[in-house]
Ligand binder design. Sequence first.
Ligand SMILES: [Cu+2]
Length: 182
Amino acid sequence: MRSYSTLWRKPMRRQDLDRTVLLGILILSGALLAGDVEAQQAATTHTIFMNVVEYKGTTTTEKLAPPSINPATLSKGYVYKGPGEAEKTAPQQWEIDSYAFAPGFVTVPQGDTVAVRVFVVNGDKHEVSVFAPDGQVAVPPATWTRGGEYQVSLKAEKAGTYKLLCAIHGPSMTASILAMPR
Ligand SMILES: [Cu+2]
């Protein structure tokens, strides 16, 4: 059996040289990749644009019977106008509305900052707070009115769901910001 030192005294064969070069390339690309992952993991700020919208649906009792449960009892963000109430001139008509943030769901890596810019298109008045994953108030309530653009910035320090909630139209008028653990 040859000793270790004997092995290294041998002149390098072409095949060995190729292997050495390949190994060098692998180490180099590994280092570059690690640097890339490091850069990707650096905390950043995400600017997210949302709109406050009001979804509307309308039909008539001739086409469909009104819902058996009044949607307004399920959330303050749901509006129900029954036959005769929705449109005086068309007593068969009934209508439903729902106030919402669009988009209503956003995902960011934990530790990143989210700057949410919300434009109020529908609904004259909203009362919006932000809650951290543990339920604590992250941004105290503020009144947002139609036509205004409002910004809330928060650093998603905890993993879990941060919630923008409108007290006037809750619980359905909610936008969830899910901070994924790094
Ligand atoms: Cu609202």
